[in-house]
Design a binder for this molecule. Structure first.
Ligand code: NAP
Length: 296
């Protein structure tokens, strides 16, 4: 337990937790406990293995125990919604919740993946009004990605193996579509993808292709590469350099991996619970330490 000083846990300490299944791989306890310790806040954050069929009971238990809040990871981000009292606009439009705060007994759900993703792009100079973006994938992470990109892109295209999933995603975002924006949901067709990558400013991978342990997989079909002027962002954080990122770097593209998204969704969750700006370098150092520990 490198980042939690158990001597500081007392009868006054407020609990928080991440709920997922399976959950033992989670890096969130590393990040949040380091953040609370650095800010001098009397909270402790745990990882709880909650089976899908037990989620409602677990949330009821958390309410009774008066936790300060909780976070959610797969497979609970969508299914938790009916058990909460209130949702932010982000959570409603994106259709998933990753952070819940206890506001005097009212349980408010939000989604901080979208803002975490935005920070990752901003920190790399990749979040530019009017840009043309291509997004690969239409799963849960893609919904947060689309919400963020949809706010600023003049053209936004989502390619997915299961085309209907991309179409449904796009339809669900219609209420927040800026006037004049061009949105398209397309099948994962190499020719179509090559055509739209030819003038894209940003390529984003939201699929799980390339994630450890399948590090030789790429979400791009064989022979298709972005142009050097295209920024490439991969939501995957393990490995830190996916095959996609390696290919993009070889083309001379500016790149970023999902590490910053993971860090900044946690930073935003921390702020949502506490109203305090956390010590981001301390949280980042703990995240890196957690990743190192998991390698051993
Ligand atoms: P998900 O809901 O299961 O979606 C997976 C996506 O990948 C879908 O679009 C799926 O296409 C596509 N896909 C999977 N296997 C494929 C294959 N063999 N060929 C083509 N497409 C395939 O998962 P998710 O929750 O969105 O997560 C996706 C990735 O984002 C994961 O690697 C996760 O670690 C990462 N992520 C990172 C952060 C962060 O903070 N950095 C946050 C959330 C997620 P179909 O629709 O056709 O099945």
């Amino acid at each position: 337990m490198a980042t939690t000083d158990l001597a500081r846990v007392t009868g006054h300490t407020r609990p928080l937790a991440i709920l997922g299944y399976p959950i033992h791989h989670s890096l969130s306890p590393w990040i949040h406990n380091a953040g609370f310790a650095a800010a001098g806040l009397d909270y402790v954050y745990l990882a709880l293995d909650v089976k899908p069929e037990d989620l409602e009971t677990a949330v009821r238990g958390i309410r009774v125990l008066d936790f300060a809040g909780f976070t959610l990871t797969a497979p609970h981000k969508e299914t938790v919604m009916p058990f909460l009292d209130e949702l932010t606009k982000e959570a409603r439009v994106i259709g998933s919740v990753n952070t819940v705060a206890n506001r005097n007994g009212r349980w408010v759900g939000t989604n901080t993946d979208a803002i975490g993703f935005q920070r990752m792009l901003e920190l790399n100079g990749m979040y530019r009004p009017g840009m043309k973006a291509v997004m690969l994938g239409a799963g849960g992470a893609a919904r947060a990605g689309f919400y963020t990109l949809g706010k600023v892109c003049s053209e936004l295209r989502v390619f997915n193996r299961t085309a209907a999933r991309g179409e449904e995603l796009m339809r669900s975002m219609e209420p927040v579509k800026p006037e004049g924006a061009l949105w398209e949901a397309l099948p994962m067709d190499a020719g179509l993808l090559a055509r739209h990558l030819a003038d894209a400013d940003l390529l984003v991978n939201t699929t799980s292709l390339g994630m450890s342990p399948n590090v030789d997989a790429s979400p791009l079909p064989e022979g298709i590469t972005p142009r050097p002027e295209c920024g490439v962002a991969d939501m995957i954080y393990s490995p830190p350099k996916t095959k996609l990122i390696q290919t993009a770097e070889a083309r001379g593209c500016k790149t970023t991996s999902g590490h910053l998204m993971l860090l900044h969704q946690a930073v935003e969750a921390f702020k949502f619970w506490t109203g305090v700006d956390p010590d981001v370098p301390a949280m980042d150092a703990a995240l890196r330490a957690g990743m190192e520990a998991q390698k051993q």
